[in-house]
Design a protein around this ligand. Sequence first.
Ligand code: KG4
Ligand code: ZN
Length: 399
Amino acid sequence: MKILAIETSCDETAIAILECARNENRAEFTILGNTLLSQIEIHKQYGGVFPALAKREHAKNLVPILEAALEEAELLCEDKQEIPDEMRARISELLARETGLAAAFLEFLGECEPPMIDAIAVTSGPGLEPALWVGINFAKALALLWNKPLVAVNHMEGHIMAALAPQQDGPLVIEDVAMPVLALLISGGHTELVLMKDWLTYELIGQTRDDAVGEAFDKVARMLELPYPGGPEISRLAESVRSNLNSDSQGSTLEFKLPRPMIHDANCDFSFAGLKTAVLNLLKKYPSITEEQKMLVAHEFENAVADVLWKKTSRALEETGAQTLVIGGGVSANTQIRRVFTAQIAADGEHPHVSLRIPAASLTTDNAIMIGLAGYFRALRKEFADPVTIKANGNLHLS
Ligand code: KG4
Ligand code: ZN
């Protein structure tokens, strides 16, 4: 089954085309085409994602990246297509709210034969609703024109599936997954521990009571006058301290001690707002902070985050008896978090039967491949979306 997958939930516009085979016991995916346009440079000046701008950029990017993905997949067959007036009118109406998209769509698709694909998967939530709608309306227009079924994908399920497919050359394969799976989902908008008891059946085990962990990284980075997105910047500073830990900096780290919020509480919830405030208060003591002191703050902040994430995950593993642990979402790119989780699981200590799966670096941040993976699992169960009622849901939960 060939799936064309579309992702526009935040600040990446992405389309991938996957050849998907076999079943839940062993699912195989060959990436035929994969395109992604990041809007980071555009949002940088605002210090975060600006929804109206994200929506406009998605509308501008979707047709060019569709063309690039089809071309890469060798599914682009340029040939004059007569689009009947009635179809043109319906598509124009569907895309009326996305500036310039209807015209670009009709121009390109009037020159392109319907490709040999079987379904169109699109992120329906969670995320920024104006951004999600662009992808959904685009998917609806394609489904209408090509007469293909639609699959609505939960973005977080995409992050879980990406983490379950180990990094390797050749096709992505999801196999030998021991249930239940505990997923730590950490991104700009989410921090949650979710149990997948069986394929596609979820239970929420814990979540943040205030800020998401990626949000905390981004806000602390701003306090340290680092550019958006802050996660990779904090990580860079923190890693430079670690590679230097025999120097004087180790002693002075004590000065920059930060709390580990809720670490000893008897639940699997998180809180990062207090940690962020603690950084703010700490920085007030250093009105003219040096570059080295900034590095020490970044290092201690990152250690505090990794400690709390691990302790709560460890508690959840114990409470749920999960056999597989995955980390997903943009923050799972973080070197220290990956290091702590890998070391703790490898230590054969408290969780000797748990196998850890971490996504390939290229699949940690938002992309359309992960939407294709999750879309296939839904399509296998014939869970197709109604093209009339499909809608964006910024707060969509896994259930
Ligand atoms: O999953 P994602 O790409 O988008 C959302 O769905 O939110 O996650 C983006 C978040 C941002 O907050 C960014 O700062 C964070 O992931 N991030 C990182 C790293 N790379 C990205 N945080 C910590 N360390 C990193 N290396
Ligand atoms: Zn994400």
